[in-house]
Design a protein around this ligand. Structure first.
Ligand code: AMP
Ligand code: TRP
Length: 332
């Protein structure tokens, strides 16, 4: 039975990268699969968070998922802390994963920066917690943006090592689903940097909460080069900012980059940016409006999370018990 799991951190507003790289795919997958979508608050605290902001962001991110089209009657929406099995299974998997495997994780190197000895131990073992999130439900497929690919490879290594150490065929080898044209949306200010919640410049990203005039202004100010749009995708190769805007347009319009270039080849960026603003506003403004409505109804959002928690717990419990038995922690 295929089962989807994915997670998003409550560390601030969701942006267009989260939407095109992940959440839009989550919405589409729920038509055909059993899906669990988790607000991963335990991942968020691997770097310092303001407690009050964290609580608020958890509800806001849940509201954004619902506003983007996650249907809580179909899919399970919950936050990680409420299902204790995530942390419990993570411990078992910490005893399977190898220091050498974690030393290869590029996201840790980026996030820890130069002062690596001062990073939290939690940040270092973060990918093991992520594997626990997935394996706690024996999820078979995980839709994410490109940046999570290495973590999902690690999840397979951990599952395989667990199975082979105990001579069982227990955890599945999970497949990543990296779907669509925009699997890695770049900053609007710098085509070499990923669009991210933590960038100091708000002009680097389009937030799902941005009103239309803010979206228009951010796109107008987005960095480009002086040349008009080219005819072919190959010619975008050394033009990262141009490539990023064409990719965003293609993803928003559900087209591929070549068909966008076929329409806009030779156009100036000023014209292209106006069209891009139109598709961005058309896609995002219904989501923004729904988010506002949901945030005015916290009782409803909290109710969705509570219901999701109960469903997630009932799926997680037998898997955790079985894992504990396999390891020899529980009597069979
Ligand atoms: P995060 O905000 O780090 O919790 O990411 C949530 C999801 O959004 C993950 O599946 C990421 O891979 C995806 N994501 C985050 N930033 C981007 C981006 N700039 N482009 C594409 N996907 C992204
Ligand atoms: N690490 C992911 C990110 O930052 C979030 C995440 C946590 C996740 N657990 C997960 C994604 C499990 C997929 C599956 O984007």
């Amino acid at each position: 039975m295929p089962r989807i799991f994915s997670g998003v951190q409550p560390t601030g507003n969701l942006h267009l990268g989260n939407y095109l790289g992940a959440i839009r795919n989550w919405v589409r997958l729920q038509r055909d699969y059993e899906c669990l979508y988790c607000v991963v608050d335990l991942h968020a605290i691997t770097v310092e968070q303001d407690p009050a902001e964290l609580t608020k962001a958890t509800r806001e991110v849940a509201a954004s998922l619902l506003a983007a089209g996650i249907d809580p009657a179909r899919s399970i929406v919950f936050n990680q802390t409420q299902v204790a099995g995530h942390a419990e299974l993570a411990w078992l998997l910490n005893c399977i994963a190898r220091v050498g495997w974690l030393n290869r994780m590029t996201q840790f190197k980026e996030k820890a920066g130069k002062n690596r000895v001062n990073a939290s131990v939690g940040l270092y073992v973060y990918p093991v917690l992520m594997a626990a999130d997935i394996l706690l439900y024996k999820a078979t497929h995980v839709p994410v943006g490109e940046d999570q690919k290495q973590h999902l490879e690690l999840c397979r290594d951990i599952a395989q090592a667990f199975n082979s150490q105990f001579g069982v065929d227990f955890f599945p080898l999970t497949e990543p689903l990296i779907l669509g044209e925009a699997t890695r949306v770049m900053s609007l200010r710098d085509g070499a940097k990923k669009m991210s919640k933590s960038d100091v410049s708000d002009y680097s990203r389009i937030n799902l909460t941005d009103p239309p005039d803010t979206i228009a202004q951010k796109i107008r100010k987005a960095k480009t080069d002086p040349n008009p749009l080219p005819d072919t995708v190959a010619e975008l190769e050394r033009r990262p900012e141009a490539d990023n805007l064409v990719t965003i347009y293609a993803a928003l319009a559900d087209r591929d980059r070549q068909s966008v270039l076929a329409e806009y080849a030779g156009a100036q960026f000023s014209t292209f940016k106006e069209r891009l603003t139109e598709v961005a506003v058309a896609t995002l403004s219904p989501i923004t409006a729904e988010m506002r409505r949901l945030l005015a109804d916290p009782v409803y959002v909290d109710g969705v999370l509570r219901h999701g928690t109960a469903r997630a717990r009932s799926l997680a419990e037998p898997v955790l018990r079985e894992a504990q038995k396999i390891v020899g922690l529980l009597r069979t």
